[in-house]
Design a protein around this ligand. Structure first.
Ligand code: PAF
Length: 282
């Protein structure tokens, strides 16, 4: 697998991959790769001739109080995993390549980026949209893959691509979970053993709330019960547990359309997010 760090080398390498009409899938990441990222690579291989992965820890999507400086960075190990998974090319620009001096552009996606993580992490989705649009313009893939674990991020990117006529197919890949149900995340590495055990309450509470709502239970009661379970399991801050429209992320008080149950909560110094689909009975 070739590793490139400047835009001219990237363009040359992608042009070589595209010889004879071959297609390209992009898997954008911030590194610290796990089986969730590898599922994106595997899906990319099913959908295109070649997979290009990117690793860039994007400062624009971290607030000053967040974990930019401690975010796990292990490029050599990540590159080995990508190579073994059959990735053709790794795009690993530095901050000065992605945001050269004088960089002044911001991509904002109104509406879908505003509630939930948009409210809890002001500016986060502008940072995501800005870097993802740059990655799309740099690599110019046919298809790009994102995990459903970051469900709101996926909705923001889908909206941006529709609004700006970006000719790239966006594919969401189901969340990968550990055997105990916890969604795989690079940030799980921050959890102590005790926090890791307590964190299992998050997928469990969401699963129980999703089943209750799907079974016709009152939405507000199910959400309150999930919040209560998280508090009892030692989550110190609960940013949200909400039922939202699966496409627009508009708030839902009853299950009258395909929905997503989403939660974000903090245990120790780690903020975890998770979500599940909830489908109205036929
Ligand atoms: O999901 C991520 O890892 C990041 O938000 C992304 C999409 C690579 C943009 O920095």
């Amino acid at each position: 697998m070739q590793i490139v760090r400047d835009v001219a080398s990237l363009r040359e390498a992608v042009a070589a991959l595209r010889a004879d009409g071959a297609t390209v899938a992009l898997v954008p990441t911030m590194g610290a790769l796990h089986a969730g990222h590898m599922a994106l690579v595997a899906e990319g291989k099913r959908r295109a001739s070649h997979v290009v992965a990117s690793i860039f820890v994007n400062p624009k999507q971290f607030a000053p109080s967040e974990d930019l400086s401690t975010y796990p960075r292990r490029e050599a190990g990540d590159a080995r995993m990508l190579d073994e998974a059959g990735c053709a090319l790794l795009w690993a620009p530095g901050v000065e390549v992605m945001y050269p001096g004088g960089f002044a552009t911001n991509v904002g996606v109104a509406g879908v980026s505003e509630p939930l993580d948009g409210a809890a992490r002001p500016g986060h989705f502008d940072g995501v949209a800005t870097v993802v649009l740059k990655l799309f313009n740099q690599v110019q893939p046919d298809v790009a893959l994102f995990g459903e674990k970051d469900y709101q991020q996926l909705a923001v990117i889908r909206r941006m691509v529709r609004d700006l006529d970006v000719p790239i197919e966006i594919v969401g890949v189901p969340t990968q979970r550990d055997a105990d149900g916890l969604a795989l995340s690079s940030r799980n590495a921050y959890l102590t053993d005790e926090e890791r055990r307590a964190a299992r309450a998050l997928p469990r509470a969401l699963g129980e709330a999703a089943a209750a709502i799907q079974g016709g239970g009152d939405v507000a009661d199910a959400l309150a019960s999930a919040r209560d379970k998280l508090s009892k399991a030692r989550f110190e801050t609960i940013d949200y547990v909400e039922l939202r429209d699966a496409g627009t992320l508009a708030e839902m008080r009853e299950l009258d359309a395909p929905a997503r149950l989403l939660a974000a909560a903090r245990i120790g110094r780690t903020r975890l997010i998770d979500n599940l689909p909830v489908t109205p009975p036929a």
